[in-house]
Design a protein around this ligand. Sequence first.
Ligand code: SF4
Length: 396
Amino acid sequence: MAQAEFSTSRREPIRDILDRALAGARLTEADAIALIECGDADLPDLMAAAAAMRDRAKGRDVTYSPKVFLPVTNLCRDRCTYCTFRKDPGEPGAWTMTIAEIAEWSRRGRMLGCSEALMCLGDKPEIAFKEYRATLAALGVSNTIEYVARACAASLAEGLLPHTNAGLMSRAEMAMLRPLNVSMGLMLESIAPRLRQSGGVHQWAPDKDPAVRLRMIDEAGELKIPFTTGILIGIGDTPAERAQSLAAIRASHERHGHIQEVIIQNFRAKPGIAMEDAPEPGALEMARAIATARLLLGPAMNVQAPPNLSPHEIELFLDAGINDWGGISPLSRDYVNPEAPWPHLDRLAERCARAGFHLNQRLAIYPEFINDEWVDPALRPAIDQHNARLSLEVSA
Ligand code: SF4
């Protein structure tokens, strides 16, 4: 105890770290750990500094992306203990969407004002399941990512902008999808390798090796793919590991400049998962992580928290420094968190307005990435069309 007290007392005061951050200093990983571990007495200052930093670059605009959630397949070779999405072949609720279904859902989404087609699916099911390999063969493709490419083409043909999160992908797979996706994503979740050890949430999830996920995030940058990543809080990770995960994301972004947004997502307990009775992270735990992310990643980064996973914390998260609510769908549920309905947009806009923010639509690619360096020329007409619609809606 005496040693712990001695260590704490030698830390730089939180106020000094905040002053350095607001003066434009690049915070260290140790700074971020000190911030995320700060006591309750320092939390108001932490959040105020993060909000001030956000306001410098983003002002009082907060965005969301109207999307169709397209769960291409919910088969997955991994078994994360917090997941309710994955299924084995033949299990009730297992599916692989047909291309006709992808096109139909995309068409309906476009009619409802969506711009994003989120391709979200399990990781490499063809490695684990021979039944699924037969399904792919019948569909005329040799692997899942080839099938995702077809799904993206179908959504594009219906006027939506695809964003794929298919778990771990090889460099070649990402290169194949790039002309069909305005951006891609992979949650880092946590940099802690111990979560893959016996008893950890990722013990049975070979694709959740943080080093391999960081390598893919780097490769996306090398391929000039605007990229979304983030951390998942409450899966056995410590606050210090959350700060370290955020620092690793920043390091990749500093190498390649490709991280367009960072999601701070909270674990939600739900019936039927191994972690059914595990405690969910508290609201202030989330606020600490959001504020630390903002101060570590800087004013220009887009920092997001899903509003359907914390419906009571809209104002708190705005106060902690977010500037984006992620994808919200008028058509399809959140298949990863089916118990958590999307907020009604009018209600969300009202709550943002009461907190002093204006809620705006955005595309699945952030404006700062819409240029020849980051976008395949084939995608520009669809992006420009959506941008023109957004401009008209803003001026109306
Ligand atoms: S969280 Fe993703 S990788 Fe893990 S089991 Fe679920 S679908 Fe598979």
